[in-house]
Design a protein around this ligand. Structure first.
Ligand SMILES: *Cc1c(COP(=O)(O)O)cnc(C)c1O
Length: 370
C-alpha cells in the first residue's frame, strides 16, 4: 500500500482506516452477494440490509426515538438550506429565526429568505464570527416558525458545547461538521441534518432526522423530490439513493460503535485530540493566535493564525513535507485550519503538535540569531 499522509482536510475528509480496508476487501464482491456494492440494485435484498442496518445504527448511536424519522437525502447539506425552509416555512406568516455563528449559518439564512420571512436572532459578524451568543443575547421573534443553528461552524472553528434554552419553537440544526462526533440530545431538536463527508462518511448522502409532527407542514405544491414526506414514505428510496455512500456511512457507524466506544467514547477521543492543539496555542504566548474564543472553540476544526502570512505559508509547506496535508485555512478566515474529525488518529494530531512546537522554536532561534 502506498504510504498514507495525515489528512487535515475540512471535507471530504479522512476516513477510518478499518472502514477503507473493509470497503477495499468487499469491493469486488460483497460477502454472500457476489457483486460489488457499486453494482447492486438499490432494490436488492443486499441493499435492503445495508439501508436497514445503517438506519438502525444511527438510531442506536444517537438514541433517536420513535417519534423521529431518519431519511437519506442527496444535494448535500447545501440543499437542506433550501429544503428546510421549503418544507417548514413556505407559505407561513411567522418568520424563521437564524442564529448566525459563521459562514454556513449565513449561507443557510440567505437561502431561507427565498422561501419566507427570516429574522436574524443573532449575528456574530462584528467580531468576525469568533464566538457564540449567550441565551440573553439571542433575540428571537414573536413566534418563530423554527430556529436554525449550526452546531459547528467548519470554517471559523466555533462549536456549541452547551446549547442555551431557546424556548419551544422547533430547533433545526446543521450538524454537518460534528455529526457522530459526540452524543446529541435529539429530543431537543425538530430537525437535524448533516452531510456525511466530514465525520460520517463520504460525499453523496445527507442524513436528516425529522420529528414526525413537522412533516405536516410540507405542502403538496412542493416538487416531489424536495418534500421530506417523499423520502419518509419511500424509506429513502423514491429514486436511486447513493448506494455506496450509504454503505460507507453504515461502516463508519459500526466502527464508532464497535471500536470507539459509541458516541461518548468518540467525544472523549475528539476532545483529547483537540486539547493537544489548543494547549500549544494557549502556551505559545500569542505566536499561534486562535481564531475562536476559548469558550467556543471547536473540537473538529482548530483555526489559528501565525504572526504573518509568510510564516503561515512556510508552516504549511514544511507540514506538507512532513506528511501533514491540507492545513491551509479558508480564505475568509485565513491562517491555518486543522480539521481533526473522528477518523483523524491521535498520532496525526501529535505529529502536528510536534511540528507546531518545532516551528515556533525555530522562529525563536532565528529571531535570537537575527
Ligand atoms: C460542509 C458543510 C456544509 C456544506 O455541505 P455540502 O454537502 O457541501 O453541501 C454545510 N454546513 C456545514 C456546517 C458544513 O460543514
Amino acid at each position: 500500500m502506498p504510504e498514507r499522509v495525515f489528512n487535515f482536510s475540512p471535507g471530504p475528509a479522512v476516513l477510518p482506516l478499518p472502514v477503507l480496508e473493509q470497503a477495499r476487501d468487499e469491493m469486488l464482491a460483497l460477502p454472500g452477494v457476489g457483486m460489488s456494492v457499486l453494482e447492486i440494485s438499490h432494490r436488492s435484498p443486499a441493499f435492503d440490509r445495508i439501508l436497514e442496518e445503517t438506519i438502525a445504527s444511527l438510531r442506536e448511536l444517537l438514541g433517536v426515538g420513535a417519534d423521529y424519522e431518519i431519511v437519506f437525502l442527496q444535494g448535500g447539506a447545501s440543499l437542506q438550506f433550501s429544503m428546510v425552509p421549503m418544507n417548514l416555512l413556505r407559505g407561513r406568516s411567522e418568520k424563521a429565526d437564524y442564529v448566525l455563528t459563521g459562514t454556513w449559518g449565513v449561507t443557510a439564512a440567505k437561502e431561507a429568505r427565498r422561501e419566507g420571512g427570516v429574522h436574524v436572532a443573532w449575528d456574530g459578524k462584528a467580531s468576525n464570527y469568533d464566538g457564540l451568543p449567550t441565551a440573553s443575547e439571542i433575540a428571537l421573534s414573536e413566534r418563530p416558525s423554527y430556529i436554525h443553528i449550526t452546531s459547528n461552524e467548519t470554517i471559523q472553528g466555533v462549536q456549541w458545547k452547551q446549547l442555551p434554552d431557546l424556548g419551544d419553537a422547533p430547533l433545526v440544526c446543521d450538524c454537518s461538521s460534528d455529526f457522530l462526533s459526540r452524543p446529541i440530545d435529539v429530543e431537543r431538536y425538530g430537525l437535524i441534518y448533516a452531510c456525511a463527508q466530514k465525520n460520517a462518511g463520504i460525499a453523496g448522502v445527507t442524513v436528516a432526522i425529522i420529528r414526525r409532527d413537522l412533516l405536516e407542514r410540507s405542502s403538496d405544491t412542493l416538487p416531489k423530490m424536495l418534500d421530506y414526506r417523499t423520502f419518509v414514505e419511500a424509506g429513502s428510496r423514491p429514486n436511486t439513493p447513493p448506494v455506496f455512500a450509504v454503505y460507507i456511512l453504515g461502516l463508519v457507524c459500526r466502527w464508532i460503535r464497535d471500536t470507539m466506544g459509541g458516541l461518548k467514547g468518540m467525544a472523549a477521543h475528539n476532545a483529547a485530540k483537540a486539547k493537544l492543539l489548543y494547549d500549544v496555542l494557549d502556551a505559545s504566548g500569542g505566536f499561534y493566535a486562535g481564531h475562536a474564543r476559548p469558550d467556543c472553540r471547536s473540537d473538529m476544526n482548530v483555526t489559528f493564525r501565525l504572526p504573518s502570512e509568510a510564516l503561515e505559508n512556510e508552516f504549511t509547506t514544511l507540514a506538507t513535507a512532513l506528511g501533514l496535508v491540507d492545513l491551509k485555512g479558508h480564505r475568509s478566515v485565513g491562517g491555518i485550519r486543522a480539521s481533526i474529525y473522528n477518523a483523524m488518529p491521535v498520532a496525526g494530531v501529535e505529529a502536528l503538535r510536534d511540528h507546531m512546537l518545532a516551528f515556533m522554536e525555530s522562529q525563536a532561534v532565528s529571531r535570537a540569531d537575527g
